[in-house]
Design a binder for this molecule. Structure first.
Ligand code: SF4
Length: 727
């Protein structure tokens, strides 16, 4: 290209950060990404981008990009380059030996909501279909697993019934445990615009902290962390007494009402207000605003999901919609926001240990038979695999001997980090597949496989409102980095050879060898071939996309599922006919009891710590940590503390404080913040060793999980705090 003026090119894509799924136009010169702007045609953002999205072009290159496979000597800084065949062969040899001697359940995968739909499909086929292990979980377990189990329990299927256009027609927005202003900034702008256009729009915000989202609330309920089920039951109690039920909807479209009615009888407004530590008048006002609204839309995120009772919280919130008939109409419905760009795509393709593609269940024999037939395998293992926390516990016990971690940083993001570190130290082989070097997890890896990143590969993703976007390749990946699905495919080929070398028994005579089986099952040349196979898995299911192909997505723009054969557009809203995908066709009221938090405060650990996101950083900062401008608002990790608590503990702004829980401690700089209620502390979850060596907030958090969803309780840890005094 020397002497030739570079031509500015553009490629359509989507932002790789939050589940809003904003459309992005990548500006590039064919080799490097030079700029980004919002895609004016994308219905998620209509051309807008937040601070993170508008700086994306500054994150795509850097010294820390993984460019070639690397072998690592644990405990050292020695990384030696390998060629792809060498790297995959080394890995396949160990994996084949473990599979041959210990069985397939001794190997595990831990993947990410940032993988594409194609990646998710291929890695699940590799794990569940080829190897025969269901131990494959995703970091989406940490953010939306409770919404999945909540939807399935109440509505019969993991299907978000609403879309962003419902923000524009809702009369009441009930925002619970979601700091939309920081975690989904473009959606927050849409909410602000709706409020400006229609001041009568009632916004209720429920959050233990007075967040920037709460700043636009008409009613703000600063509940005690973990008391959401009591709040929702209390609101339902008031809705019953005040006559706001939709009896026709309850009778025609639901079941389980009498049990729930009996349950909420004891959740009197006075008791609930005391339990949640809010004024009874505010509780009543919120219930009445919800009940009176012609259309009420609930939005929630980690505040409900990251809980040892996350499923209960989800179903108790959905109860409010079913009792008032607030579902399946414009502006009405329970809408869980996803944290990551393709958490939804992972759910669709079966990217969790209890799932199979097309919203099928491992535990369901018919579902297993359907996918086994589509994959051309004899059978699938019937037992769901481990979710994230038990998976790393099994690794520490030695029950799982090796783990392949893809596009995520569990040493920073998992609760009770020291347990995760112990597990990785114990593992026989830790493989890390990532686009970036130097994450906290890399220190524990034996092998690093370089993955192509955003803008460097074709991909499909599904955002929070079920909308599928086609991301195009803008520039080549650096070095020999490959798309994740291609690494999984190539590994299958080499693992086949390694299993044959050990004479590992084949399940049947269908294939002449493991190598032949791999060639048959992973005959994927490109994204299109993967999509066409996955698409078939959705036929006749709630998420049927048999009418979609890449040309429809490119010509008509991103589409919401379902989009079955013969459709001309995606479906904006589900359950408009009042028919739910349950055996009876009725939605189910659930009646959980309020159970509190997993680790209550006591005399030794008398304060409550909650963790969360900042506006300008993303996860463990592999990308946002490269952009100086994004440090402007928050340059380092910190601890927010309420003024009276700060005074009592002799703490003030900018002092250092030691925060301790039963599992570890952090040193954090103090910010006194009157927006917290007494006894509550807040620390951001982003900062890792590179930015704050003594401030890994998940050293404090506990590994208690929801018994149904397996999601950990990040939102409440009992801690003590003391000043760090220098002599
Ligand atoms: Fe990206 Fe989310 Fe910001 Fe949109 S709102 S630009 S998807 S981080």
């Amino acid at each position: 290209q020397s002497g030739q003026p570079l031509r500015r090119l553009e490629s359509k894509s989507a932002c790789p950060y939050c589940g809003t799924g904003c459309g992005v136009i990548i500006e590039h010169d064919g080799q490097h990404i030079t700029g980004v702007r919002g895609d004016p045609d994308h219905p998620a953002n209509f051309g807008q981008l937040c601070s993170k999205g508008s700086n994306l072009h500054l994150t795509s290159r850097g010294d820390d990009r993984a460019r070639e496979p690397l072998q690592h000597q644990r405990g050292s800084e020695n990384w030696s380059p390998l060629r792809w065949p060498e790297a995959l062969m080394q890995m396949a040899k160990v994996w084949a030996e473990i599979i041959h001697t210990q069985g397939p359940q001794a190997v595990a995968f831990y993947v990410s909501g940032q993988l594409s739909t194609e990646d998710y499909y291929v890695v699940n086929k590799l794990a569940k279909g080829f190897i025969g292990t269901n131990h494959i979980d995703t970091n989406s377990r940490l953010c939306m697993a409770s919404a999945v189990t909540g939807y399935k329990s109440s509505l019969g299927m993991d299907s978000v019934p609403c879309g962003y256009e419902d923000f524009d027609s809702a009369d009441c927005l009930f925002i619970v445990g979601a700091n939309v202003a920081y975690a989904h900034p473009i959606l927050f702008r849409r909410i602000e615009a709706a409020k400006l256009r229609r001041p009568e729009l009632q916004i209720i915000v429920v959050d233990p902290r007075r967040t920037p989202t709460a700043a636009i609330a008409d009613i703000f309920l600063p509940i005690q962390p973990g008391t959401d089920v009591a709040l929702f039951h209390g609101m339902l109690h008031i809705l019953i007494w005040e006559g706001f039920l939709n009896r026709a909807f309850i009778e025609t479209h639901t079941e389980g009402w009498e049990e729930l009615k009996a349950r909420v009888q004891n959740y009197t407004p006075q008791w609930v207000a005391e339990t949640c530590a809010i004024p009874v008048a505010d509780l009543r006002a919120a219930a009445i605003a919800f009940g009176q609204a012609p259309a009420a839309l609930s939005l929630w995120c980690q505040g409900l999901n990251q809980s040892s009772h996350g499923t209960d919280k989800n179903v108790a919130l959905i109860n409010l919609h079913l009792a008032t008939g607030q579902i399946g109409r414009p502006g009405a419905g329970p809408f869980s926001l996803t944290g990551q760009p393709n958490a939804m795509g992972g759910r669709e393709t079966g990217g969790m240990p209890a799932l199979l593609p097309g919203h099928r269940e491992i535990a369901n024999p018919e579902h297993r038979a359907e996918i086994a037939a589509l994959w051309g395998v004899e059978s699938l293992h019937p037992q769901p695999g481990y979710t994230a926390v038990p998976l790393f516990q099994a690794l520490e016990r030695g029950e799982i001997e090796t783990v392949w971690i893809t596009c995520t940083n569990p040493v920073l993001s998992m609760p009770d980090q020291t347990q995760v570190q112990r597990a990785l130290e114990k593992a026989r082989l830790v493989v890390l597949q990532d686009s970036f070097l130097g994450t906290e997890t890399a220190a524990y890896a034996d092998l690093l496989l370089p993955a192509a990143s955003w803008g460097e590969r074709e991909a499909l993703v599904t955002n929070s409102e079920r909308r599928i976007t086609h991301l195009r390749t803008a520039v080549p990946a650096p070095g020999s980095a490959l798309p994740d699905w291609m690494i999984f495919r190539d590994f299958a080929f080499i693992l086949g050879d390694a299993l044959d070398a050990l004479n590992h028994p084949l399940p049947s005579a269908k294939d002449a060898s493991w190598a032949a089986r791999a060639q048959r099952m992973f005959n994927f040349a490109d994204s299109t071939s993967i999509f066409l196979e996955y698409r078939e898995c959705t036929r006749g299911r709630d998420l049927d996309i048999t009418g979609l192909d890449f040309s429809v997505l490119d010509n008509q723009g991103p589409q919401q599922w379902p989009y079955p054969e013969g459709a001309v557009a995606g479906q904006a809203r589900l359950y408009a006919d009042g028919v739910f995908p349950t055996p009876s066709g009725r939605a189910r009221f659930r009646d959980p009891e309020y159970l509190g938090v997993a680790e209550e405060i006591d005399a030794r650990y008398p304060l409550r710590l909650t963790t969360g996101r900042l506006r300008d950083h993303w996860h463990s900062m592999s990308r946002t940590g490269k952009v100086a401008a994004l440090f402007a608002s928050d340059a380092e990790a910190f601890l927010e503390i309420q003024p009276d608590d700060a005074r009592r503990l002799n703490l003030d702004n900018d002092m250092l404080a030691k925060v301790s829980s039963r599992r570890g401690n952090n040193i954090l700089r103090v910010r006194v913040n009157a927006d917290l209620q007494p006894g509550l502390l807040f620390a951001p979850m982003h900062f890792g060793r590179r930015y704050a060596p003594a401030a890994l907030c998940n050293q404090l958090t506990l590994a208690a999980i929801d018994p149904i969803s397996g999601e950990p309780e990040f939102k409440h840890t009992a801690v003590q705090v003391e000043p760090v005094l220098f002599p």
